[in-house]
Write a protein that binds this ligand. Structure first.
Ligand code: UN1
Length: 476
């Protein structure tokens, strides 16, 4: 399969291409993806720019129809799209299908939102003058998406962009061209005018800066690493370009003595290792109070070792491979560093299975302190560490002692501690007796501190980024 770029309503091949490798079996090449050049991107920017005035004045009905068409087709094809996703990215098939369904639901949500746009009308402080406050589209938006949620994250940027009348250029991660291509192929048949959605695959380091420098691009929404995000924020700041960043996490999960042990172990198992730990919302720091600590670590270790790791498309597999060789090496190097720093490393070895893929056992690192690198830096793999603490107060302190602030969880049966944690955890999302990862599609998503920058994604709050506010005064 050749994945072409989609520019101004036409599918265009490029001179060079990149192979799309299955991380569960590196002999399985799904296809070859276009490697767009700066000239291709410029063409896509021009197409978006040209399409912007027409789409900005489209009716709520037109927007509903397009978004509803896309959502309906994704949901009808969720098994097929989920299979493609799992084959390309490596999350297990149930996870892949679940993510495809989530993408469909996101489009359905924003289809409804297109019909529910409201504004405010106020009286002026001046006699007889009326004020109305409305939201207008931002214009042309560059969307830069990561490999770990190859259909849901493009969906949660594309759907609001379309809903609020913008045009876009989607630049997906090079590791996952198949999902982006499949999604844009559906969009291409949805009735959207040519140029509203453009797909340009290629090198982020080449295309990203051009997108940010172009004065025809009005805003950038990015999900990815902190260093890249910082660079984008600085460049957008210099160009006075609206920017929204979702970056890393080092998400704490606090387990108190009074927690329901089974529930806490389930939440940590899910939060730390599902999707191979490749979620910015993963629970990577398990902060456990003294009395429950040993039993918690022993139970979680048993459950972790029982997880079936293997080919993402094989039935019964609970954890798929790591996405690629570079990420695998990073994970293994972090477990090694944690061991050298004095952590007790359980699991975490590379695995040789029937197919040649990037497999590793999940890793639990106990006896760590929050000062160790393993607790300061994001690994982005199936690696969780445990910090033993005295009591709730120390747990909260350790939970907040990080430069990140995406998601924070607590397992407790105490209403008092749950309530206090909800109020005082420095994170954009707080989970009580639930995994830190795995979020709903109809509510805001985002963090504080180094994890996010700009306004929230998803739910109605997405309007903040994808629109600009206009205040109009009238003397009738
Ligand atoms: C989830 O936990 O359900 O890159 C979503 C990420 C996040 C999405 C997490 N932007 O992992």
């Amino acid at each position: 399969m050749d994945y072409k770029n989609f520019i101004g309503g036409a599918w265009l091949a490029t001179a060079e291409s990149t192979p799309n490798v299955n991380p569960s079996d590196t002999t399985d090449i799904l296809g070859h993806a276009a490697k767009g050049t700066v000239a291709d991107l410029d063409r896509a920017i021009d197409a978006s720019h040209a399409a912007a005035p027409e789409w900005a004045t489209s009716t709520p009905q037109q927007r509903f129809d397009v978004l509803d068409f896309i959502g309906t087709e994704i949901l009808a094809r969720k098994e097929e799209l989920g299979t493609l996703l799992s084959r390309e990215e490596g999350k297990t098939l149930p996870e892949g299908i679940g993510e495809a369904a989530r993408a469909g639901q996101i489009f359905k949500f924003f289809a409804g939102e297109a019909l529910r746009q409201t504004g405010d009308r106020l009286d002026s402080v001046r006699p007889g003058v009326e004020i109305d406050i409305t939201r207008s589209p931002v214009g042309v938006i560059g969307l830069i998406t990561p490999w770990n949620f190859p259909i849901a994250i493009p969906a949660w940027k594309l759907a609001p962009a379309i809903c609020y009348g913008n045009t876009v250029i989607l630049k997906p991660a090079e590791l996952v061209p198949g999902c982006a291509h499949a999604l844009v192929e559906i969009i291409s048949r949805s009735g959207l005018p040519a140029g509203v959605v453009n797909l340009v695959m290629g090198r982020g380091s080449e295309l990203g800066p051009r997108m940010i420098d172009s004065d025809k691009v009005n805003a950038i929404s990015f999900t990815g690493s902190v260093p890249t995000g910082r660079g984008i924020a600085a460049a957008c700041g210099a160009n006075l370009k609206k920017v929204q960043l979702e970056m890393g996490g080092k998400n704490p999960m606090v387990v108190l003595d009074d927690a329901d042990l089974e529930l806490a172990v389930d939440a940590c198992l899910n939060g730390a290792f599902f999707s191979t730990g490749q979620r910015c919302t993963a629970s990577s720091r398990l902060i456990v109070t003294e009395k429950i600590h040993d039993q918690f670590v022993a139970t979680l270790y048993d459950r972790m070792m029982a997880l079936k790791v293997g080919h993402a498309l094989e039935a019964g597999i609970q954890m798929g491979p790591v996405v690629d060789q570079r990420q695998l090496e990073q994970n293994l190097s972090y477990t090694e560093i944690a061991g050298k720093e004095g952590g007790k490393v359980l699991g975490g070895q590379q695995l040789e299975l029937a197919t040649k893929g990037f497999f590793m056992a999940p890793a639990l690192i106990s006896e760590t302190t929050n000062a160790m690198r393993i607790n300061r830096e994001e690994v982005f793999g199936p690696v969780a560490s445990v910090v033993r603490v005295k009591d709730y107060d120390e747990a909260l302190y350790v939970a907040n002692d990080t430069e990140f602030g995406l998601s924070a969880g607590i397992c407790t049966t105490s209403l008092k501690y749950a309530q206090h944690f909800k109020r005082n955890a420095q994170a954009g999302m707080v989970m009580v007796n639930l995994p830190t990862a795995g979020v709903d599609y109809h509510v805001p998503f985002g963090g504080t501190k180094g994890s996010s920058f700009g306004s929230r994604e998803q739910g109605r709050y997405a309007a903040e980024f994808y629109t600009t506010v206009k205040t109009a005064y009238t003397l009738p």
